[in-house]
Design a protein around this ligand. Structure first.
Ligand code: COA
Length: 254
């Protein structure tokens, strides 16, 4: 079965991350599929709203670490950067349902969604430093804006996870429900949006975001340069090797 399920019904296109045996971690092929689906959804008049979801037990464990080791993204048109570009510039409404761990890009992609509904088991984390990396998806700009610098430093420098209640408090999520209800709530809200005039939705979203759009694009470009370089450096190689070998990383000499 496909690792990204695409289903369109009544104006709502749902993208489901479906790789449970690897905790919904995302490979280059999955980013390609997601990026392609978003481009198609942009151009398809039958799609008015897109929903992104994982499973009740896990949203996404972030980038596939084996992929990072074997085929690290090196150019701006790498699938992960294409996905983030199409997500951040997506003109129609984006709704997310998030349950369980949302690691790395599993959290940063939510910064580009318009409505986020979380299961009470949702756990958000940005462990880029723990992996010898730096933030992506303009999270180095948007996370401090969202939660204030010092809480952002706990999330981004220490890599400390934060739970659904904290995400609600800072405004990263709109509502917390039982994990079994998150997907249905996201669908119901998406259907409400799909019944509204698309031109007004698109224009309102554009106006809300236009003040920062250029800055977000520029920040994503800077982050991608550093991220691409750091993926090949010793700290990241040690972190990925340790994950694959199921041991603690040793950064003492780095
Ligand atoms: N990349 C590749 N494989 C991953 C993965 C990832 N990001 N996350 C989990 N997996 C794999 C594990 O290697 C394991 O595979 P195996 O069964 O072949 O050994 C399987 O998924 C189950 O993972 P496991 O860690 O046993 O599940 P868990 O329920 O104990 O923990 C997480 C779930 C998400 C907390 C944990 O898997 C995790 O921390 N993953 C890494 C997250 C990460 O650092 N992502 C990168 C962000 S940039």
């Amino acid at each position: 079965m496909s690792e990204i399920l695409v289903h369109t019904e009544q104006g709502v296109q749902t993208l489901t991350i479906n790789r449970l045996d690897k905790k919904n971690s995302l490979t280059a092929a999955m980013y390609s599929t997601l990026a392609q689906a978003l481009v198609q959804a942009s151009n398809d008049a039958a799609v008015r709203v897109v929903v992104i979801q994982g499973h009740e037990s896990i949203f996404s464990a972030g980038n596939d670490i084996g992929d990072f080791l074997q085929a690290p993204p090196s150019t701006p048109d790498a699938p992960v950067f294409r996905f983030l570009g199409s997500l951040s510039s997506f003109a129609k409404p984006l709704v997310a349902a998030v349950c369980g761990p949302a690691v790395g890009i599993g959290t940063t992609m939510l910064l580009h969604c318009d409505l986020v509904y979380a299961g009470d088991n949702a756990a958000f984390s940005l462990p880029f430093v723990n992996l010898g990396l730096c933030p992506e998806a303009a999270s180095s700009l948007l996370v401090p804006q969202l939660m204030g610098y010092h809480r952002a430093a706990e999330a981004l420098l220490l890599g400390e996870p934060f739970m659904a209640e904290a995400a609600l408090e800072i405004g990263l999520v709109n509502r917390i429900v039982a994990p079994t209800e998150a997907s249905a709530l996201a669908q119901a809200q998406a259907r409400k949006l799909a019944a509204k005039p698309l031109s007004s939705l698109v224009e309102t979203k554009r106006l809300m975001k236009q003040g920062q759009a250029a800055q977000i694009t520029a920040q994503m470009g800077l982050e991608a340069q550093s991220f691409g370089r750091m993926l090949r450096e010793p700290a990241a190689r040690e972190a990925f090797g340790a994950f694959m070998e199921k041991r603690k990383p040793d950064f003492s000499k780095l």
